[in-house]
Design a protein around this ligand. Structure first.
Ligand code: ADP
Length: 554
């Protein structure tokens, strides 16, 4: 965190000292990509709203003035509970650009958790989409410090719910003009706050700076990462309340790409409709979102005509899913790993020049890995004693990272977050000599069998490659002899009913025999977390008493 002091005798550089500020991104897009569109599916009636970067910039300036009129001070936290849409986009810039802190709250969390987060962040104003009016009605009495609750709508759609100190977004804007200059300040100032979902314990806040966001944004646009350009049309399915939608609301204006914001409709049919209608070239989401897109395409026999690339992250990307998109639809999906604490980019999977000659199998094995770090992220793996393990693609240990956009300390948490200057991620994996990371598990999901570890991700990936399997999860279940043994939980493809024996036989020759799950259960759907990932916590709860065959007395 500390600034490095100069060495004796050094000369100061003589270049302009312009701070890296979030507002500069929108100012850039307004100047040089004025007529590039932002298209949003509205919450009011699902119709499409369409305007340009120039329009968005003008409205963001009016909103910055409205925030000042509401008494928002620099450094104060202003929350949003909102889908991906143009008003949310404007809030991203008006709040951070005026020197306050954008606090994106995940509306899918439990109401008690949301109230806890709003109070912990000490949000002065909360903006919300109409969908969440009933939720806000419940939250308001628990959050007395919130001075204003603002519905993100026009007057005609203002909610009738009993919400105290209720304002209306379009009324606030109507009262202002756009004669406003974005203030200049230290780039190390906080720009945004995002809480981790807190699957165990209370959620923890990560406070991004303008500098960390801008550097992350530059890195994410590199050709070996998202590779965005002014010829792209980007649809972030990943919500703007989840790690700033992987910073796409910042990187799209940075490069002048068209932006398509899908609102609340994140199902396969609605997304595919937008892909075609708007000419989307790139999209990104967690595996369950891609699964929904695939199911729709397979059902309708449709084929995306403009979508060529995408990213899958947030949890391990099943190779079979990526391969199907590449083979059947010509869509190249890259695997990426990150977390809220990394803004979120940690690694991204693109091949190197030397991989040009790889055969299909080696290429598949490489693509299954999470990827390698762009400049700006360093990683290492350590053993239980904290000793650094070799980057040989074999040794497996806890993953530690550091870099320009990695958390230094959690918000409002006194205890140190770092270990010797490194952030412990809680993920477990290996790193090969080329820097490719292979996550075997989250530390808390690892299956501990007879003192050895079984990584659930590889077992899930293999199961997903079975032709009758739509989704798979592997969890550890108590076993009297081995402590834990793997249980395979399967959602079969529609109309398919593979047998337990057939699925277990599928693993033969593909993994060490003792890794083979002890049992298989079939379910209609898997429980999801607030960020749309398969919830291992809930699954473990659900199958806590599952009796494994042969586990006498277990
Ligand atoms: P949340 O825990 O709220 O879902 P994060 O997005 O911060 O929020 O979750 C980060 C975690 O998600 C990582 O620590 C890792 O365990 C998991 N993860 C993210 N991307 C991948 C990936 N490509 N492969 C495996 N695990 C992943």
């Amino acid at each position: 965190m500390s600034l490095t002091a100069g060495l004796p005798g050094q000369l100061p550089g003589q270049m302009m000292d312009q701070p890296l500020l979030v507002s500069a991104l929108l100012a850039h897009a307004e100047r040089y990509h004025a007529d590039t569109e932002i298209v949003s599916r509205t919450i009011e009636d699902g119709s499409l709203h369409r305007y340009t970067y120039a329009d968005a910039a003008r409205r963001a300036r009016r909103l910055a003035k409205a925030l000042a009129r509401l008494g928002v001070r620099p450094g104060e936290r202003v929350a949003t509970l909102a889908w991906n849409g143009y008003r949310h986009f404007e809030l991203y810039y008006a709040i951070s650009g005026s020197g306050a802190v954008l606090h994106t709250v995940n509306p899918r969390l439990f109401p008690e958790q949301i109230a806890w987060i709003i109070n912990d962040a000490e949000d002065g104003v909360v903006f919300f989409d109409l969908t969440f009016a009933p939720l806000i009605e419940k939250l308001a009495p628990q959050c007395p410090a919130v001075r204003h609750w603002v519905a993100m709508s026009d007057r005609a759609h203002r909610p009738s719910a009993a919400i105290p100190r209720l304002g209306c977004y379009e009324d606030l804007l109507a009262a202002e003009d756009d004669d406003y200059a974005w203030p200049q300040f230290d780039e190390r100032a906080a720009s945004a706050l995002c809480y981790t979902s807190g699957t165990t314990g209370n959620p923890k806040g990560v406070l991004y700076s303008h500098r960390s966001v801008l550097l992350h944004c530059y890195a994410s646009c590199l050709p070996d990462v998202f590779g965005f350009s002014a010829r792209d049309c980007i649809l972030p399915v990943v919500p703007m309340f989840h790690v700033n939608a992987w910073t796409i609301p910042y990187s799209a204006p940075m490069v002048g790409a068209k932006l398509v914001l899908p609102g609340a409709a994140l199902d396969g049919p609605s997304l595919c409709e937008l892909f075609e209608a708007e000419g989307v070239t790139f999209t990104g989401g967690v595996p369950t979102v891609w699964q929904g897109i695939l199911q729709h395409l397979q059902k309708t026999g449709g084929k995306p005509t403009t979508l060529k690339r995408g990213v899958m992250g947030g949890s391990a990307a099943p190779p079979a899913l990526m391969e199907t998109f590449a083979r059947d639809y010509g869509v190249q999906i890259d695997h990426a790993w990150g977390m809220t604490e990394l803004s979120p980019l940690g690694v991204y999977n693109r091949e190197k020049r030397k991989h040009g000659g790889l055969d299909d199998e080696a290429r598949r094995a490489l693509a299954a890995k999470q990827g390698r770090p762009p400049f700006g992220v360093e990683m290492k793996i350590v053993d239980a004693q904290g000793r650094t393990l070799p980057n040989d693609g074999e040794a497996v240990g806890e993953l530690l990272v550091r870099g320009h956009w990695v958390v230094g300390q959690y918000f409002n948490v006194g205890a140190p977050t770092l270990r010797d200057g490194w952030f412990p991620t809680g993920d477990v994996g290996s790193i090969d000599a080329d820097g490719y990371l292979w996550i075997t598990d989250r530390a808390k999901d690892v299956i501990k069998s007879g003192g050895e570890w079984i990584g659930s991700i590889e077992l899930e990936n293999l199961a997903c490659a079975h032709p009758a399997v739509a989704q798979a999860a592997v969890i550890g279940v108590a076993h009297p002899k081995w402590d834990e043994r793997p249980l395979l939980v399967i959602v079969p493809k529609t109309g398919q009913r593979p047998s337990r024996e057939e699925l277990l036989a599928w693993y033969e020759g593909k993994i060490a025999k003792w890794w083979t799950p002890d049992d298989v259960v079939f379910v209609e759907q898997l429980p999801l977390t607030a960020t749309g990932k398969i919830s291992k916590l809930q699954l473990r709860e659900q199958f806590r008493d599952h009796r494994l065959p042969g586990a006498a007395g277990g």
